[in-house]
Design a protein around this ligand. Structure first.
Ligand SMILES: C[S@@+](CC[C@H](N)C(=O)[O-])C[C@H]1O[C@@H](n2cnc3c(N)ncnc32)[C@H](O)[C@@H]1O
Length: 285
């Protein structure tokens, strides 16, 4: 079987399994098997695959057909240009969260405080905390997650990007593990925000493979915003910023939740699909 035939057959199979962008997915899986950048496949359409390569590809395509996420099969994803290892213990970083990271490092870069400090609430793979540390070489970053397994992955990613000396990880519930009196220039969070009853309606890649604890935002999806609005203020330095991601349709509810807890909402930013996605706030007064 040639490279082109393998791509065509795999794409056909994935299309029948209702996988999104089947041709692209087939190409990415084959590029992974052949350890090549995807675009190189276009220069090798006539290359014959070895029997082992065919077997390896068949197994990966079968898994993708069962709706296992491509990132889990490959073992990593790209976030803000950084390779981030992923597994079933942490949410796969999403492209829209890159905008949250960018808002965070842009703000930290404007500060004169040395070192600047940031807290990533619910760090998962560590993608936000690590990006902040990479982009802001003077920043000290704390990262909290309730899942020790996710934190093990975040530590591994931090070491991979050589920022572990400027990151501190805490496995616990919310702000509980932070030493009292700790104050940050920036608190950043992409908390669980899916309404609990909607989780079963999500695509299998998300429903069956992202950890439920990373998705479940309570009955209306807003539990973490109420909690963060209430608790985060005590951990922010004067002049500090609170930046968080939220889900579709939630922008209507967030300003009230935050203003009630003495926050000033200074901006709501849209994602690549022009949907409101990121809220930026500071303390009133
Ligand atoms: C939506 S995921 C975000 C992961 C990562 N920050 C990202 O943007 O890809 C939310 C994370 O919050 C963590 N989490 C859930 N409940 C928590 C709690 N009570 N305290 C701390 N972290 C929590 C989950 O384990 C999960 O890693």
């Amino acid at each position: 079987m040639t490279v082109l035939e393998a791509i065509q057959r795999s794409a056909e199979f994935l299309s029948k399994k209702r996988v999104d962008s089947p041709r692209l997915q087939a190409e990415l899986l084959l590029a992974h098997v052949l350890q090549l950048p995807r675009m190189q496949l276009y220069l090798k359409f006539e290359r014959a695959l070895a029997p082992k390569e065919v077997d390896d590809l068949r197994e990966l395509v079968r898994r993708r057909g069962d709706r296992e996420p491509l990132q889990h099969i490959i073992g990593s994803t790209c976030f803000c240009g950084l390779e981030i290892a992923v597994n079933r213990h942490a949410l796969i970083p999403r492209p829209e969260t890159e905008l949250l990271a960018e808002a965070g490092w842009t703000f930290l870069s404007t500060l004169n405080s040395q070192p600047s400090t940031a807290l990533d609430f619910g760090t998962g793979t560590g993608c936000l905390a690590i990006t902040l540390a990479v982009k802001c070489p003077a920043a000290q970053v704390f990262a909290v997650d309730i899942s020790p397994d996710a934190l093990a992955l975040a530590r591994q990613n931090a070491a991979q990007h050589r920022v572990e000396s400027r990151l501190q990880f805490f496995a616990d519930d919310g702000f509980a593990p932070l030493p009292s009196g700790t104050r940050f220039d920036l608190i950043i969070a992409n908390p669980p925000y899916i309404p609990a009853a909607e989780i079963d309606t999500l695509e299998p890649e998300v429903r069956d493979h992202d950890p439920r604890i990373a998705l479940d935002g309570g009955a209306d999806g807003l539990d973490f915003y109420r909690r963060l609005a209430h608790e985060a203020g005590g951990f922010l330095k004067p002049g500090g910023r609170f930046m968080l991601e939220f889900g579709d349709g939630q922008e209507a509810f967030l300003p009230k939740i935050f203003t009630q807890q003495k926050w000033v909402v200074e901006a709501v930013k849209a994602d690549y699909n022009k949907r409101p996605r990121i809220l930026i706030a500071h303390r009133a007064g």
